[in-house]
Design a binder for this molecule. Sequence first.
Ligand code: NDP
Length: 450
Amino acid sequence: MSDADADAALHDALECVVRRNPGQVLFRQAVHEVLESLAPVVKQHPEYVEGGILKRIIEPERVISFRVPWVDDSGAIQVQRGFRIQFSSDLGPYKGGLRFHKSVDEDTLKFLGFEQIFKNSLTGLGLGGAKGGSDFDPHGKSEKEVMRFCQSFMAELAHHIGADLDVPAGDIGVGGREIGYLYGQYRKVTGRNEAGVITGKGIGYGGSWARTEATGYGLVYFVREMLRESDISLEGSRVVVSGSGNVALYAAKKAAQLGATVVACSDSQGYVIDEDGLDLDLLSEIKDVRRERLSAYADVRGNCTYFEGRSVWDVECDIALPCATQNELDGDAARALAENGCRVIAEGANMPCTEEAIQVIHDKGILFGPAKAANAGGVATSGLEMRQNAGRLQWDFERVDSELDRIMTDIHATTAATADEYGMPGDLAAGANIAGFRRVADAMLAQGVI
Ligand code: NDP
């Protein structure tokens, strides 16, 4: 196919997303980022255009939207919106997390569901792509309110999921506590003990060892692979992490285990800098157990500084790991990191770097680990949890962790080799998009127009 025809097909697909999804800027950003890398593939494989792959892959198979009524502790009735975006089942059952955050809307979940297709493809575990959630904000809610909300949410979602159909997991605002309530309600509604219907479960009722740690640990295994042929080492490096939730905490723990000093982390209110290295057990206690704000860490720890409302990307570091949320690292933040000597940025969160930031990172020669590859460890380990559930087995921590390490090493090798193959050595973002896309596109061609 000629360059012009390939560019026209990609342009048409993006134009279709803009026209059909007015105001959905995150979804459009995510699609643009993928399509932009696909020109060399489409030129070599005109069958993808002839088979309508570009037109089909940008349209979710199904968008489910529902009312979630619940009663708060004062007896007042609240109504939230619930969603499940079943984007693609070409490689296997729909798979992707649930997000509970006040910002959740159809746009957010379509962007996340679209990204999930390619990430899940990269794991090689036979998983389709999906995402779901609600605009419910768990912050400040009592334990009972969280439980009642989860039960109402699952009362509807249960009609749309299943171990061979669609398998949700956690994401922002959905951790072990919420997964427990969601799974309990699924059993109640369906009358079935179907452990493989949801991942991230507790160890005592069908969960997998190392699932809690997986996204953060996997991110650092990926970074270790990125650094293998460079003069940078995790050992002795200064690391800054954004967020202080599940991904941030376990990325920090693994980086510290491998010899780095993690000097700063953040939440939505501010950041803390601790030059001696963060006390990660204390951080875990404050965020996971006490469910307090990050400022409480500084109060308890002492000898460190908390900055309200300021950007964690102003902190000097060798390696930056954005692990909070989308578009949290913009062009100015990328410039600040570069000026302060940062040499590696790897995405633990989904789409944390804006398009401008990625351009700056590229121009400044900073090594870049894209989310689709670098944070795939969570869903990969969810895939391992599904396998254990199907066999009614429970592997030990070391086995799951070593499988995770192997999968992350393979994903890095595949993305790097694909970038080389298409003439973009070192461009792991392009490598991840192309490798993830090709596996799905081939499956779509093989299965016909459905
Ligand atoms: P958590 O809810 O455990 O933690 C989220 C953290 O990010 C909190 O510290 C939160 O601060 C902060 N945060 C959330 N929204 C914002 C915002 N708008 N501005 C600044 N900070 C914010 O979520 P996870 O750690 O699970 O998820 C973090 C990211 O990683 C997300 O992008 C998610 O999609 C991605 N991810 C998660 C996976 C997983 O297995 N959990 C797998 C792959 C990707 P606060 O408490 O103040 O809101």
